[in-house]
Write a protein that binds this ligand. Structure first.
Ligand code: FAD
Length: 446
């Protein structure tokens, strides 16, 4: 099969690396490619919405999954859809929302593939109620490094199942998966807004409303300091009833080619955040379509032009409930002192931990931030300091957002790494599946 040598990045444009890209269209072509001996290492790539180097493979093979995107079966009784790994969440919504069905869990973008979502075991605004995507995956079919095609589930080959969900593409190619969809009455969400004057109040309000709303998220103004540190707008949502199952088409905005330098200026970010905070009235209610509620950033073409060495990087951590207040306060203080201003950051509460060995979500509070890269080496040093604070408070960083974590930090944050590596070395002794991330974290060798 023909390849293209190309420089690619994750959604965060950091790092960017050359790799050989292949785009198979059939299962057999995946098999031919992986047994061809053309390259030593391969990694799958969905829609490249992970920010760091999880779907990169410096000078090695990248298997683009986007043409392996067929729907295979659907059972209306059980609401279980079976599709190939390259089917996108957008496609699932387009096909099933008109039939009154929606995704059980969705990240903040619909431009992800089923394989990519499973390989990061993605979470949504409903983690406190519905868990991660793997909680709704019944079984998967994998192309293993040995060439065997195997189906795994909680019951059959459970170790392979739990290593693959959140397994950042290292156990093989997810050829297909069966996912149970949820019934919805409409394409709209009833949203209640609540304001919190500071972090303490935001965490209390999230905890107090968890039982009432399946979806909740708080947008934090990271630039507010003193008594207002962590002031937020909470958005609490439920599927609306008695509304249509379709929404109106919208025009998209486009991000300018280069991020204008004023956008990185702490004063303009502060003004933006203040405006945003002021826009919402405490206690107000609206009904919005699912696109506006779940995927506000999808409305802006090339949103990721704000990321990279001349812009921001994403950084997401979760702290356990008992250390969340202290840990989050320390992180917000460090950002403020370093003048590493961020646009609004996203705070969510997490429910129970899933069983994926390398899955990120676990009970507590998670914060996703955009941090400006300004400052060259001192920037990397700053991130390392943040990593230490996260570790100190028992927190964990999300691999889907990471490009800088050290192998040592990874092992401390993901104690099940050893179990994962043992299985990996058994099913893939030559590390046929290996990525820039897995080599950086020393899960695989060069
Ligand atoms: C605006 C935005 C908002 C986001 N919000 C959230 C959020 O709320 N919650 C959350 O959890 N994440 C969130 N994310 C991250 C995103 O959901 C994940 O990174 C997701 O995994 C991306 O899917 P993808 O198809 O683009 O996969 P890629 O980024 O291309 O790849 C991700 C991983 O999946 C592997 N992979 C891809 N396809 C396959 C396959 N067929 N078989 C085996 N492995 C495969 C790759 O090797 C890689 O390790 C967000 C990202 C963006 C850009």
């Amino acid at each position: 099969m023909r390849s293209i040598k190309s420089t690619i990045g994750g959604w965060g444009n950091y790092p960017k690396e050359e790799a050989f890209l292949y785009r198979p269209e059939k299962k057999q072509e995946v098999a031919d490619l992986l047994t061809s001996g053309e390259l030593e290492h391969w990694i799958s790539r969905g829609l490249g919405r992970s920010y760091g180097d999880t779907a990169l493979n410096r000078n090695q093979g990248v298997i683009l999954q986007t043409r392996l995107n067929r729907f295979l079966s659907f059972d209306p009784e059980s609401r279980v859809v079976e599709c190939e790994g390259g089917v996108t969440f957008e496609e699932i919504i387009d096909v099933f929302l008109p039939r009154g069905l929606f995704l059980p869990v969705t990240p903040g973008t619909k431009y992800v593939t089923v394989g990519g979502a499973i390989a990061n075991d993605v979470h949504g605004k409903n983690h406190h109620v519905d868990g991660v995507i793997s909680d709704h995956v019944l079984e998967m079919t994998l192309f293993l490094p040995s060439g065997e095609v195997r189906t795994c589930s909680r019951e059959a080959d459970a170790d392979l199942f739990w290593a693959t969900v959140g397994g950042i593409g290292l156990t093989g190619v997810i050829l297909s998966a069966k996912i149970r969809l949820i019934p919805v009455d409409s394409a709209y969400i009833d949203v209640d807004y609540q304001k919190a004057a500071n972090l303490e109040e935001a965490l209390d309000k999230l905890a107090a409303t968890n039982d009432q709303y399946p979806y909740s998220v708080a947008w934090i103004d990271c630039l507010a300091t003193g008594n207002a540190m962590g002031r937020s707008v909470l958005m609490l949502g439920k599927h609306a009833e008695g509304k249509p199952l379709a929404i109106k088409a919208k025009r998209k905005l486009t991000m300018p080619f280069h991020l204008p330098s004023f956008a990185l200026n702490p004063l303009s970010i502060s003004a933006f955040n203040a405006l945003y905070y002021g826009k919402f009235k405490d206690g107000s209610q609206v009904t919005v379509d699912y696109d506006s509620f779940f995927y506000p950033l999808d409305a802006i073409h090339h949103w990721n032009r704000m990321y990279g060495t001349k812009g921001f990087i994403q950084y997401q951590m979760v702290f356990p409930p008992e250390t969340s207040r202290e840990g989050l306060t320390k992180i917000l203080q460090m950002l403020s002192e370093a003048k590493k201003s961020s646009f609004l950051a996203v705070l969510k509460s997490f429910g129970a931990k899933g069983n994926g060995w390398l899955s990120f979500p676990r009970p507590g509070y998670t914060l996703a931030l955009d941090i400006p890269v300004r400052g060259g080496r001192s920037f990397v040093h700053f991130i390392k300091q943040l990593d230490e604070v996260v570790l100190h408070y028992g927190g964990v960083l999300y691999l889907a957002k990471d490009a800088l974590m050290s192998p040592d930090t990874f092992r401390q944050m993901y104690p099940e790494w050893e179990k994962f590596k043992q299985l990996k070395d058994t099913i893939d002794p030559n590390h046929l599946f290996s990525s820039s991330m897995s080599r950086r974290l020393e899960l695989t060798e060069d």
